[in-house]
Write a protein of this length. Sequence first.
Length: 256
Amino acid sequence: MPNWLVLTLVTVATCGIVLLLAVLRSRRAGTEDDPSETPDVIEYMTMMIGVVYAIMLGLAIAGVWEERGAADEWVRREAQALHEISARAGIYPQDVREQIRDQTEDYAVHTVEREWPHMLEHGELTDRGDELLVRLRTTVTGHEPETVAETHAYQGMLDQLAAVDEARAARGLSAGPTMPTVVWFGLVVCGAVAVGMVFALQIQRSGRELVLAGLFSALIAFLLYLIWYFDEPLARGIGEPTEAFTVFFPEASPGG
């Protein structure tokens, strides 16, 4: 199911439930219920709960957005470093150069086609990916530089191998959700309390009040969905999460 359809259904369902509860409450209250009798303390509490919940939502959105940016940056660094290894190997003899480039390509293809789905499903990297990286490191370090240019390229490739290893480890840590369960519990419960306080203000069945109640609940539903959407940065995002690899290694793309 497309994400936009999920968002639409969640928002509509939330608005429908809130408006239905508002109508049922108004009918049960009858004409004797006077909104002007709402104690001032309830209005003050509603305002304070709204402010506190807005701060919670803002911090949660900022947190998942920052984690998404960090995860994208690690993926970009890994792909960039892998590409640099392939490019720097151009100064090596043909047999060594082709072997290094084939192994970098194998690593990229495996990462996109095999490791990425496994990582999202199990929250961990694959042993095969580790083996491919070790094989690439062995090939790079197994060739003794014979010229000054090869020596410079050799040191550069060692640095890039270290960058790939570091970025790969960071990618594995970013594979799962970034929001703790207790935070999700607090966001959902506080959201329910914030919407419930609307009824404590003795909301009536006028069109204006029902529209405001619906928009308020829709806003909360949208923000919670936004947090959930960015909570797994390597699974969902603005663009294709594996784009950094497919740009440098077209063979790793689905049509490659």
